[in-house]
Design a protein around this ligand. Structure first.
Ligand SMILES: Nc1ncnc2c1ncn2[C@@H]1O[C@H](COP(=O)(O)OP(=O)(O)OP(=O)(O)O)[C@@H](O)[C@H]1O
Ligand SMILES: [Mg+2]
Length: 304
Protein backbone atom coordinates (compact mmCIF):
# COMPACT_ATOMS: atom_id res chain seq x y z
CA UNK A 1 0.00 0.00 0.00
CA UNK A 2 1.08 3.55 -0.50
CA UNK A 3 -0.39 6.98 -0.04
CA UNK A 4 0.99 9.92 -1.94
CA UNK A 5 -0.03 13.37 -0.75
CA UNK A 6 0.78 16.07 -3.29
CA UNK A 7 0.76 19.84 -2.78
CA UNK A 8 -2.18 19.55 -0.48
CA UNK A 9 -3.72 22.75 0.84
CA UNK A 10 -6.88 23.23 2.87
CA UNK A 11 -8.47 26.59 3.46
CA UNK A 12 -11.64 26.51 5.56
CA UNK A 13 -14.62 28.63 4.44
CA UNK A 14 -13.77 31.23 7.10
CA UNK A 15 -10.42 31.77 5.40
CA UNK A 16 -8.31 29.78 7.86
CA UNK A 17 -5.44 28.01 6.15
CA UNK A 18 -5.25 24.71 8.00
CA UNK A 19 -2.87 22.86 5.63
CA UNK A 20 -0.23 24.50 3.53
CA UNK A 21 1.31 22.72 0.56
CA UNK A 22 1.79 19.30 2.15
CA UNK A 23 3.88 16.75 0.25
CA UNK A 24 4.21 13.35 1.84
CA UNK A 25 4.73 9.73 0.81
CA UNK A 26 3.47 7.09 3.22
CA UNK A 27 4.31 3.42 2.78
CA UNK A 28 3.44 0.24 4.67
CA UNK A 29 3.78 0.17 8.42
CA UNK A 30 3.11 2.68 11.13
CA UNK A 31 3.30 6.37 10.35
CA UNK A 32 3.15 8.85 13.23
CA UNK A 33 1.83 12.36 12.67
CA UNK A 34 2.85 14.59 15.52
CA UNK A 35 1.66 18.12 16.07
CA UNK A 36 0.42 20.52 18.72
CA UNK A 37 -3.25 21.42 19.10
CA UNK A 38 -4.51 23.11 15.98
CA UNK A 39 -1.55 22.03 13.82
CA UNK A 40 -3.85 20.48 11.21
CA UNK A 41 -3.69 16.77 12.04
CA UNK A 42 -7.44 16.12 12.03
CA UNK A 43 -7.86 18.19 8.88
CA UNK A 44 -5.35 16.00 7.07
CA UNK A 45 -6.97 12.83 8.36
CA UNK A 46 -10.46 13.91 7.34
CA UNK A 47 -9.11 14.52 3.84
CA UNK A 48 -7.46 11.07 3.80
CA UNK A 49 -10.78 9.40 4.57
CA UNK A 50 -12.62 11.60 2.03
CA UNK A 51 -14.84 13.28 4.57
CA UNK A 52 -13.56 16.57 3.27
CA UNK A 53 -12.04 17.80 0.03
CA UNK A 54 -8.76 19.65 -0.10
CA UNK A 55 -8.81 23.18 -1.49
CA UNK A 56 -6.02 22.20 -3.85
CA UNK A 57 -3.59 19.36 -4.36
CA UNK A 58 -4.38 15.68 -4.36
CA UNK A 59 -4.07 12.34 -2.63
CA UNK A 60 -3.21 9.15 -4.51
CA UNK A 61 -3.79 5.75 -2.91
CA UNK A 62 -1.91 3.01 -4.73
CA UNK A 63 -1.74 5.44 -7.61
CA UNK A 64 -5.51 6.06 -7.66
CA UNK A 65 -6.78 9.59 -7.22
CA UNK A 66 -8.83 9.66 -4.03
CA UNK A 67 -11.27 12.11 -5.57
CA UNK A 68 -12.20 9.63 -8.31
CA UNK A 69 -12.01 6.44 -6.27
CA UNK A 70 -13.52 7.62 -3.01
CA UNK A 71 -15.82 4.67 -2.42
CA UNK A 72 -13.32 2.04 -3.30
CA UNK A 73 -10.64 3.46 -1.03
CA UNK A 74 -13.18 4.01 1.76
CA UNK A 75 -14.16 0.34 1.54
CA UNK A 76 -10.74 -0.73 2.74
CA UNK A 77 -10.11 2.12 5.15
CA UNK A 78 -10.74 1.99 8.90
CA UNK A 79 -11.10 5.32 10.65
CA UNK A 80 -11.25 6.45 14.25
CA UNK A 81 -12.32 10.08 14.36
CA UNK A 82 -11.03 12.26 17.19
CA UNK A 83 -14.61 12.87 18.35
CA UNK A 84 -15.82 9.28 17.92
CA UNK A 85 -19.15 8.27 19.40
CA UNK A 86 -21.07 5.03 18.89
CA UNK A 87 -24.83 4.74 18.53
CA UNK A 88 -26.00 4.85 22.14
CA UNK A 89 -28.85 2.36 21.64
CA UNK A 90 -26.62 -0.43 20.33
CA UNK A 91 -24.79 -2.96 22.48
CA UNK A 92 -21.01 -3.02 22.09
CA UNK A 93 -21.11 -6.17 19.95
CA UNK A 94 -24.04 -4.90 17.90
CA UNK A 95 -22.16 -1.77 17.04
CA UNK A 96 -19.17 -3.83 15.91
CA UNK A 97 -21.51 -6.04 13.89
CA UNK A 98 -22.78 -2.95 12.15
CA UNK A 99 -19.20 -1.72 11.55
CA UNK A 100 -18.11 -5.11 10.22
CA UNK A 101 -21.03 -5.14 7.79
CA UNK A 102 -20.04 -1.68 6.58
CA UNK A 103 -16.50 -2.97 6.16
CA UNK A 104 -17.88 -5.66 3.86
CA UNK A 105 -17.77 -8.75 6.10
CA UNK A 106 -20.86 -10.43 4.70
CA UNK A 107 -20.68 -13.87 6.27
CA UNK A 108 -22.51 -13.86 9.61
CA UNK A 109 -20.30 -16.49 11.24
CA UNK A 110 -17.13 -14.84 10.13
CA UNK A 111 -18.46 -11.56 11.49
CA UNK A 112 -19.24 -13.11 14.84
CA UNK A 113 -15.76 -14.59 15.12
CA UNK A 114 -14.10 -11.33 14.15
CA UNK A 115 -16.22 -9.38 16.61
CA UNK A 116 -15.36 -11.73 19.47
CA UNK A 117 -11.70 -11.55 18.62
CA UNK A 118 -11.77 -7.77 18.40
CA UNK A 119 -13.67 -7.46 21.69
CA UNK A 120 -10.93 -9.54 23.30
CA UNK A 121 -8.18 -7.47 21.71
CA UNK A 122 -9.50 -4.19 23.06
CA UNK A 123 -10.54 -5.63 26.42
CA UNK A 124 -14.27 -5.22 25.96
CA UNK A 125 -15.32 -8.84 25.84
CA UNK A 126 -16.86 -8.72 29.32
CA UNK A 127 -18.71 -5.55 28.35
CA UNK A 128 -20.00 -6.84 25.02
CA UNK A 129 -23.68 -6.78 26.05
CA UNK A 130 -23.54 -3.27 27.43
CA UNK A 131 -25.13 -0.38 25.57
CA UNK A 132 -22.64 2.05 24.10
CA UNK A 133 -23.93 4.94 26.18
CA UNK A 134 -23.33 2.96 29.38
CA UNK A 135 -19.64 2.46 28.68
CA UNK A 136 -17.00 4.58 30.40
CA UNK A 137 -15.09 7.18 28.39
CA UNK A 138 -12.05 4.93 27.94
CA UNK A 139 -14.25 1.97 27.01
CA UNK A 140 -16.04 4.03 24.37
CA UNK A 141 -12.63 4.94 22.98
CA UNK A 142 -11.74 1.25 22.84
CA UNK A 143 -14.98 0.51 21.02
CA UNK A 144 -13.96 3.24 18.57
CA UNK A 145 -10.60 1.58 18.06
CA UNK A 146 -12.31 -1.78 17.54
CA UNK A 147 -14.68 -0.42 14.87
CA UNK A 148 -11.70 1.13 13.03
CA UNK A 149 -9.79 -2.16 13.01
CA UNK A 150 -12.56 -4.61 12.23
CA UNK A 151 -12.89 -6.13 8.76
CA UNK A 152 -9.15 -6.17 7.98
CA UNK A 153 -8.75 -2.63 6.65
CA UNK A 154 -5.70 -1.96 4.45
CA UNK A 155 -5.51 1.65 5.56
CA UNK A 156 -6.04 2.50 9.22
CA UNK A 157 -6.43 6.14 10.14
CA UNK A 158 -6.60 6.80 13.86
CA UNK A 159 -6.90 10.37 15.13
CA UNK A 160 -5.50 10.72 18.65
CA UNK A 161 -6.45 7.11 19.45
CA UNK A 162 -4.97 7.05 22.93
CA UNK A 163 -6.92 10.01 24.32
CA UNK A 164 -8.67 8.88 27.47
CA UNK A 165 -6.96 5.49 27.70
CA UNK A 166 -5.28 4.52 30.95
CA UNK A 167 -1.58 3.53 30.88
CA UNK A 168 -2.28 -0.22 30.64
CA UNK A 169 -4.67 0.28 27.77
CA UNK A 170 -2.21 2.56 26.02
CA UNK A 171 0.39 -0.21 26.06
CA UNK A 172 -2.15 -2.78 24.98
CA UNK A 173 -3.26 -0.59 22.11
CA UNK A 174 0.32 0.04 21.03
CA UNK A 175 1.00 -3.70 20.98
CA UNK A 176 -2.15 -4.32 18.99
CA UNK A 177 -1.13 -1.75 16.38
CA UNK A 178 2.39 -3.19 16.27
CA UNK A 179 0.94 -6.61 15.53
CA UNK A 180 -1.26 -5.23 12.77
CA UNK A 181 1.52 -3.08 11.28
CA UNK A 182 3.51 -6.14 10.27
CA UNK A 183 0.84 -6.93 7.68
CA UNK A 184 0.43 -5.26 4.31
CA UNK A 185 -1.26 -2.19 5.81
CA UNK A 186 -0.70 1.49 6.39
CA UNK A 187 -1.44 2.85 9.83
CA UNK A 188 -1.62 6.61 10.15
CA UNK A 189 -1.68 7.67 13.78
CA UNK A 190 -1.99 11.29 14.85
CA UNK A 191 -1.04 12.50 18.28
CA UNK A 192 0.18 15.50 20.25
CA UNK A 193 1.93 13.16 22.68
CA UNK A 194 5.52 12.35 21.74
CA UNK A 195 5.36 9.09 23.72
CA UNK A 196 2.66 7.77 21.39
CA UNK A 197 5.21 7.59 18.59
CA UNK A 198 6.33 4.10 19.49
CA UNK A 199 9.47 2.22 18.57
CA UNK A 200 7.56 0.42 15.81
CA UNK A 201 7.01 3.73 14.10
CA UNK A 202 9.83 4.12 11.58
CA UNK A 203 8.32 7.04 9.75
CA UNK A 204 7.02 10.20 11.32
CA UNK A 205 6.16 13.76 10.38
CA UNK A 206 5.79 16.96 12.32
CA UNK A 207 3.04 19.40 11.52
CA UNK A 208 3.25 22.96 12.69
CA UNK A 209 0.63 25.56 11.86
CA UNK A 210 -0.46 23.59 8.82
CA UNK A 211 3.06 23.08 7.51
CA UNK A 212 5.05 19.89 7.39
CA UNK A 213 8.30 20.75 9.11
CA UNK A 214 9.78 17.26 9.43
CA UNK A 215 9.41 14.07 7.44
CA UNK A 216 11.73 11.24 8.32
CA UNK A 217 12.57 8.67 10.95
CA UNK A 218 12.42 9.19 14.72
CA UNK A 219 16.10 8.14 14.85
CA UNK A 220 17.19 10.94 12.52
CA UNK A 221 15.24 13.45 14.59
CA UNK A 222 16.96 12.19 17.73
CA UNK A 223 20.36 12.42 16.03
CA UNK A 224 19.83 16.12 15.44
CA UNK A 225 19.48 16.68 19.19
CA UNK A 226 22.71 14.87 20.04
CA UNK A 227 24.98 17.08 22.12
CA UNK A 228 22.08 19.43 22.86
CA UNK A 229 20.62 17.79 25.95
CA UNK A 230 22.05 18.47 29.39
CA UNK A 231 21.46 17.67 32.98
CA UNK A 232 22.07 20.82 34.97
CA UNK A 233 22.61 20.65 38.72
CA UNK A 234 21.14 23.88 39.96
CA UNK A 235 20.90 25.36 43.40
CA UNK A 236 17.53 26.55 44.68
CA UNK A 237 18.59 30.09 43.83
CA UNK A 238 19.48 29.15 40.26
CA UNK A 239 16.19 27.38 39.52
CA UNK A 240 14.26 30.42 38.26
CA UNK A 241 17.19 31.68 36.28
CA UNK A 242 17.68 28.34 34.50
CA UNK A 243 13.95 28.11 33.76
CA UNK A 244 14.02 31.53 32.14
CA UNK A 245 17.11 30.91 30.04
CA UNK A 246 16.55 27.35 28.93
CA UNK A 247 13.93 24.91 27.82
CA UNK A 248 13.52 22.74 30.91
CA UNK A 249 12.10 19.31 30.06
CA UNK A 250 11.99 17.94 33.58
CA UNK A 251 12.99 18.95 37.09
CA UNK A 252 13.78 16.59 39.93
CA UNK A 253 14.63 17.83 43.43
CA UNK A 254 18.07 16.78 44.62
CA UNK A 255 20.27 17.38 47.63
CA UNK A 256 20.66 21.14 47.90
CA UNK A 257 18.77 21.97 44.75
CA UNK A 258 17.51 20.57 41.48
CA UNK A 259 18.49 18.31 38.63
CA UNK A 260 17.14 19.90 35.49
CA UNK A 261 16.97 18.32 32.04
CA UNK A 262 17.57 21.06 29.59
CA UNK A 263 17.60 21.27 25.78
CA UNK A 264 20.04 23.87 24.53
CA UNK A 265 23.07 24.26 22.26
CA UNK A 266 25.22 25.25 25.19
CA UNK A 267 24.52 25.33 28.93
CA UNK A 268 27.33 27.84 29.48
CA UNK A 269 28.05 28.90 32.98
CA UNK A 270 26.18 26.02 34.63
CA UNK A 271 27.28 22.77 36.16
CA UNK A 272 26.02 20.53 33.34
CA UNK A 273 26.56 16.98 32.11
CA UNK A 274 25.61 15.85 28.57
CA UNK A 275 22.71 13.40 28.18
CA UNK A 276 21.56 11.08 25.41
CA UNK A 277 18.54 12.62 23.73
CA UNK A 278 15.21 10.83 23.54
CA UNK A 279 12.39 11.63 21.12
CA UNK A 280 10.84 14.17 23.46
CA UNK A 281 14.09 16.11 23.75
CA UNK A 282 14.52 15.88 19.99
CA UNK A 283 11.00 17.20 19.38
CA UNK A 284 11.57 20.19 21.62
CA UNK A 285 14.96 20.90 20.09
CA UNK A 286 13.74 20.55 16.55
CA UNK A 287 10.65 22.71 17.03
CA UNK A 288 12.86 25.52 18.24
CA UNK A 289 15.63 25.12 15.73
CA UNK A 290 14.18 23.70 12.55
CA UNK A 291 14.36 26.96 10.66
CA UNK A 292 18.05 27.42 11.26
CA UNK A 293 18.75 23.69 10.85
CA UNK A 294 17.22 23.90 7.40
CA UNK A 295 19.11 27.06 6.53
CA UNK A 296 22.29 25.19 7.16
CA UNK A 297 21.40 22.67 4.52
CA UNK A 298 20.30 19.79 6.67
CA UNK A 299 19.81 16.88 4.34
CA UNK A 300 16.65 15.59 5.93
CA UNK A 301 13.57 15.90 3.75
CA UNK A 302 11.79 18.83 5.27
CA UNK A 303 9.58 21.59 4.06
CA UNK A 304 9.21 24.92 5.79
N1 LIG B 1 -14.48 23.65 10.27
C1 LIG B 1 -13.49 24.52 10.51
N2 LIG B 1 -13.60 25.82 10.15
C2 LIG B 1 -12.61 26.70 10.36
N3 LIG B 1 -11.45 26.41 10.95
C3 LIG B 1 -11.27 25.13 11.34
C4 LIG B 1 -12.27 24.13 11.15
N4 LIG B 1 -11.81 22.95 11.64
C5 LIG B 1 -10.58 23.22 12.11
N5 LIG B 1 -10.25 24.51 11.94
C6 LIG B 1 -8.99 25.17 12.29
O1 LIG B 1 -7.95 24.58 11.53
C7 LIG B 1 -6.78 24.38 12.31
C8 LIG B 1 -6.39 22.92 12.32
O2 LIG B 1 -7.39 22.18 13.00
P1 LIG B 1 -7.26 20.62 13.23
O3 LIG B 1 -8.49 20.18 13.94
O4 LIG B 1 -6.94 19.97 11.96
O5 LIG B 1 -5.99 20.56 14.20
P2 LIG B 1 -5.42 19.34 15.05
O6 LIG B 1 -3.96 19.28 14.76
O7 LIG B 1 -6.22 18.14 14.80
O8 LIG B 1 -5.61 19.85 16.54
P3 LIG B 1 -5.96 19.00 17.90
O9 LIG B 1 -4.67 18.44 18.40
O10 LIG B 1 -6.47 20.06 18.81
O11 LIG B 1 -6.97 17.98 17.54
C9 LIG B 1 -7.10 24.94 13.71
O12 LIG B 1 -6.62 26.25 13.79
C10 LIG B 1 -8.62 24.92 13.74
O13 LIG B 1 -9.10 25.94 14.57
MG1 LIG C 1 -7.27 16.93 15.94
Amino acid sequence: MDISIQELTKIYPNGHKALKDINLEIGNGMFGLLGANGAGKSTLMRILVSLMHPTSGKVLVNGMDLKKHRRKVRSYTGYLPQDFSAFPKLRAWEFLDYSARLAGVKDKRKRRDEIDEMLEEVGLYEARERFANNLSGGMKRRLGIAQALIGDPKIIIVDEPTTGLDPDERIRFRNLLTKISSRDVIIVLSTHIVGDISSTCHHMALLRNGRLVYDGSPEDLIDMARGKVWKISASHEQFDEVSVHFNVISSIPSVGGWELEVVTDSPDGYNAAPMDPNLEHAYVYYMEHHESLLEHGNKIKTFV
